[in-house]
Design a protein around this ligand. Structure first.
Ligand code: AVI
Length: 338
């Protein structure tokens, strides 16, 4: 059941003379996920399974989001800056393929930074930021609105990892769905196909602009997911801290080691947490014993070939597919007609 449970709109008080008064963007939240349901449907079965697994969405509590932001600044983590360089270099070319005044729908907007750089060059007419919770969006959107006081903006909080459903408030303007950062890589190919179909439906005849991480030498990939500073290890282990808060478990972080490796056959980085000794983790109503060396699978990050991802977009129903890459062909940005 999708219900609108919160909808707020307010104007900031007028500042001193000469200061522009800017309306704060409207924020709506649909289908706010009930943590108890998520725990029972998703978390506990995964923790109890053999091998144990936990969805990567549990990385992103407040500290996890900050750690991810730190990852994107590591010299070893090439995706963010490579994608940004592709946009910086080709944004005018991308813009010539697009109509003026589109509604840019930013899926997984976070701090809205990536879309912010495109609003003017792509002559966007409306900006809609979508993320798992409006709590993450409020401040970033308000800051962005100050920089673009005339641009209509909307924030939508929804857990689109289950199903991407956009509310009517997004409007009926022509849509440019924006899904950067190679988040599509965190889905298996079958899930990616399903999610691309949902993006195609949500685009309502508009276009999709999506960032995809590509295959490259294994050493480069493994360094990006196991950096010498240990930021990715902290990001991975923070998931246990988040679980302790969510389900009242007693994971002791020092008992777990970060493991990341590239699986050539599946073309994916796998991240795991490995028990350093035999231990038993308890939470209200349950427990799980782990042998030394036993792992919890926390993330997959698939690396695609341009041809394979083009075929996937075609299978999902997209056409007129164009792509731009960097000179090393490490990352690609695809534009496709829904
Ligand atoms: C969000 N996602 C695209 C990142 C990735 O590269 O798969 C998450 C990440 N995990 C470890 N480092 C970054």
């Amino acid at each position: 059941m999708h219900s609108l449970w919160y909808c707020g709109e307010y104007a900031q008080p007028a500042g001193a003379v000469g200061v522009l008064t800017v309306r704060s963007p409207r924020l709506i939240e649909i289908d706010r996920h009930d943590p108890t349901t998520a725990v029972h449907d998703d978390l506990l079965p995964g923790l109890s399974a053999c091998p144990a697994r936990v969805s990567p969405k549990y990385f992103y509590d407040e500290l996890g989001s900050s750690l991810f932001a730190a990852i994107t600044r590591l010299p070893e983590y090439y995706p963010t800056r490579t994608e940004a360089a592709i946009f910086a270099r080709h944004v005018d070319d991308i813009g010539t393929q697009l109509a003026q005044g589109l509604t840019l729908v930013d899926i997984g907007a976070g701090n809205c930074e990536k879309a912010a750089a495109l609003l003017i060059p792509l002559r966007v007419g409306r900006y809609v930021a979508v993320d798992i919770s409006v709590d993450f969006l409020g401040d970033s959107l308000t800051r962005l609105q100050l920089q673009h006081p005339q641009l209509p903006m909307l924030g939508v909080g929804t857990d689109f990892s289950q199903r991407l459903l956009l509310p009517a408030e997004v409007g009926d303007g022509q849509r440019l769905l924006f899904y950067p950062g190679s988040s599509i890589g965190n889905f298996t190919p079958a899930q990616a196909l399903d999610f691309l179909r949902q993006l195609r439906d949500a685009a309502q005849g508009g276009v999709l602009l999506i960032g995809v991480d590509l295959c490259k030498p294994v050493a480069v990939l493994e360094a990006a997911y196991d950096d010498p500073l240990g930021v990715t290890a902290a990001f991975n282990r923070n998931l246990l801290r988040n679980l302790n808060q969510l389900i009242g478990s007693d994971f002791f972080l020092a008992d777990w080691r970060h493991v990341a490796f590239f699986d050539e056959a599946q073309s994916r980085i796998e991240m795991h947490l490995e028990a350093l000794r035999p231990l038993c983790v308890r939470w209200p109503g349950g427990e799980r014993a782990f042998a030394a060396g036993e792992r919890i699978h926390t993330e997959n990050s698939y690396k695609w070939r341009v041809d394979d991802f083009t075929a996937l977009l075609g299978e999902a129903g997209f056409s007129e597919i164009r792509q731009w890459t960097d000179e090393r062909c490490w990352f690609a940005v695809f534009l496709a007609q829904a």
